[in-house]
Design a protein around this ligand. Sequence first.
Ligand code: URA
Length: 231
Amino acid sequence: MLKKNNKVKLIKYYNLINHNLIYNNKSINRYKKDNFEISEDRSKSLELLKKSIINLKNCDLKKNAKNIVFCDGNPKSQIMIIGEAPGANEDQEGLPFVGRAGILLDKMLAAINLDRKKVYISNIVNYRPPENRRPTDEEIKRYLPFIEKHIEIINPKILVLLGSTAMNALIGNDVVISKMRGKWIEKKFGNCKTSVIITFHPAFLMRQPAQKKMAWIDLKMVRDKKNKLKI
Ligand code: URA
């Protein structure tokens, strides 16, 4: 048993220590991003986010790429589209979806009366993976906090995920695109509440054109939602 005096000393000592520091069991993120609040000024927040990605240390994706590919389109749009990763053309130009898949994406958007000025586009990872391979799970995990923050800053009413990499990264690994596409899912990213729809990636549609009819069903759902929300 502690004597009363020692007990008081012990309590004082514990009060000096921030208990969160001791009991916080969160893992340490070696790729820690700069911490910043989302300001009222969206463009400032986007600039800070971009800077924190540029400041990432120890990332091979970044070391092998020419340019960061951050976004294209209208940051005030209420429709955000997320792909997988930049390819060679995107790496060259520093813009998402400017290669062959981008041409098809533009056509898909045009089919529902949208274009790049009316939507906002980004990717799960911001640097081109070598030989256009799929980003690894570790790379996806490293960039996930950035794309989640990106969504929160844009705060879209409609979020379109292109392909299974974007779907698995943002919805979970326990789902398959064949079952998940063509459905609305309500999801929260920080303070952003949004309606998410998953559809096929344009690069997949170029390899499997028979699936375009399914993508068309999904696009019509986006069009109807956009009209319903008066976007
Ligand atoms: N594929 C993607 O997922 N993103 C791009 O930016 C280009 C091709």
